[in-house]
Design a protein around this ligand. Structure first.
Ligand SMILES: N[C@@H](CCC(=O)N[C@@H](CS)C(=O)NCC(=O)O)C(=O)O
Length: 223
């Protein structure tokens, strides 16, 4: 049984989506981000604070103090993209890499997403989530992020012009990993409109039953 530590409103969403696709037995141990408690005026270190990323018991499991963390038969793993690659290998089947070559490509795309796309995409996500997209500061942040995303999204657009999916011509863990990173930039229509193949592929990934189930539960979770 896989235990996932986190909440739906976090990068744990990508692991939950994968777990649902793979139909693995799993349970969620709620751990909320400390910064979200602070934003509500709650001291994360208060003895009655909800279990959070600064709770001593969680820090023993994850010294980095970040969610998600996964535990499976004694293996403790952090980094959401690595967790998904592990889950796919554990379950096997078409969702997983079929050989070393596919595995290398899946790692390549996960690293590219994490290093070239995630940070500017998150800037866009935060600006929209905080209702700042139309403010002067928000617009400036979005403009910078959009500029930083041009090169990687051109690379993805070119890839998706000759490939139906990230790897192997089928829906795999590599699609979840990249789709969940790109989701952060999705509220900015002007950017997505520049890259129609990326937009279409992302919407196709998100039309899957497992994504919709994850997304519905995520949206029902208190913000
Ligand atoms: N690269 C890590 C990032 C993990 C991360 O930053 N998680 C955020 C939530 S999505 C977090 O736990 N923040 C805790 C805090 O700031 O208190 C991953 O992909 O798992």
């Amino acid at each position: 049984m896989v235990t996932l530590y986190g909440v739906y409103r976090s990068r744990a969403s990508r692991n939950i989506w994968a777990l649902m696709e793979l139909e693995l037995a799993w349970s969620l141990k709620p751990v909320i981000q400390a910064y979200r408690l602070e934003a509500q005026g709650i001291d994360p270190l208060h003895p009655e604070a909800p279990f959070n990323t600064r709770t001593a018991e969680f820090l023993r499991l994850s010294p980095a103090g970040a969610i998600p963390v996964m535990e499976d038969a004694g293996l403790v793993l952090s980094e959401s993209l690595a967790i998904n690659l592990y889950l796919a290998r554990k379950a096997g089947g078409p969702f997983a890499p079929k050989d070393a070559r596919e595995e290398a490509l899946m790692v390549q795309w996960a690293l590219y997403g994490a290093t070239a796309i995630e940070t500017p995409a998150l800037e866009i996500s935060f600006a929209y989530a905080r209702g700042e997209a139309a403010s002067e500061t928000g617009e400036a942040r979005i403009t910078t992020a959009v500029a930083q995303l041009q090169r990687p999204l051109k690379a993805l657009e070119a890839h998706l012009s000759s490939h139906s999916h990230m790897v192997g011509g089928r829906f795999t863990v590599a699609d979840i990993n990249m789709a969940e990173i790109l989701r952060y930039a999705q509220p900015h229509d002007a950017l997505m409109g520049q890259f129609p193949r990326v937009k279409g592929w992302l919407e196709l990934c998100q039309s899957r039953a497992a994504f919709r189930e994850m997304w519905e539960t995520r949206n029902a979770e208190p913000a």
